[in-house]
Design a protein around this ligand. Structure first.
Ligand SMILES: [Zn+2]
Length: 234
């Protein structure tokens, strides 16, 4: 308290009492990492804390009142949040997920098309670069598609389909809940454009795009509508 500022009356009594008796929480760090802070809006470091609450007398903790938390404390704004904030990806993680998603969709559609045409590869490279893989080349994609065909063919005995479906779900399932409908549709449409670059959809390309749509939680009616719309130049 500042000198010369004596408390008086009821306020003094209340503040005196709260100094006398209170609850204190001692926080113990149990982990850390990076998260997207909803408080100050950005990728920040956090500490995961568990708390031990105690009644305190004269500022001295006396009786344990049980555990509290865990909470997540932002290193920048120091605000506390429930641990569910960790379910949201950081901006960095989110853009990596998006980049991987477009890359995987491009590979799946190319692989479904069988031998890669130049036009399909060019469209795929443009999409993958725009998604963040700046140094992606047509040769790179073509050789990845070959590897994929060899791998999945060896394990499943059939061309690509099963292995690709797994790859697509791995890349898209974790991303889908964090995307708005327009964002999910845009990924499917990028795949559709790659498929259409060398002519109408083949049945295998339709299958691959249907798997993309399902993994992105777009209902099959909407998938059909979007694939038709992509075919009609606007
Ligand atoms: Zn913050």
């Amino acid at each position: 308290m500042l000198p010369g500022r004596e408390p008086n009356g009821r306020a003094a009594a209340a503040s005196g009492l709260s100094r006398l008796l209170g609850t204190r929480t001692a926080w113990t760090p149990v982990g850390d990492g990076e998260f997207f802070c909803p408080g100050c809006g950005g990728d920040r470091n956090y500490q995961r804390l568990t708390g031990q609450r105690r009644f305190s007398l004269l500022g001295v903790p006396v009786l344990p009142r049980g555990a509290t938390g865990p909470v997540v404390e932002c290193a920048a704004c120091r605000r506390h949040f429930g641990t569910d904030v960790l379910d949201h990806p950081t901006t960095t993680r989110f853009s990596a997920m998006l980049r991987d998603a477009v890359h995987t969709v491009a590979l799946a559609v190319l692989a479904a098309g069988g031998t890669c045409s130049r036009a399909a590869l060019e469209t795929a490279v443009t999409a993958v670069r725009a998604a963040g893989f700046d140094d992606c080349t047509e040769d790179q994609l073509a050789s990845l598609v070959d590897d994929l065909a060899a791998d999945t063919g060896r394990f499943t005995g059939e061309p690509c389909a099963a292995g690709l479906a797994i790859e697509l779900h791995e890349a898209l399932d974790p991303l889908a809940p964090h995307l708005a409908a327009a964002g999910r549709e845009s990924i499917l449409l990028q795949g559709a454009r790659i498929a259409l670059a060398d002519g109408p959809y083949t049945p295998a390309e339709r299958d691959a795009l249907a798997t993309v749509g399902a993994a992105l939680t777009i209902c099959s009616d909407d998938v059909t509508r979007l694939l038709t719309a992509a075919r009609t130049p606007s």
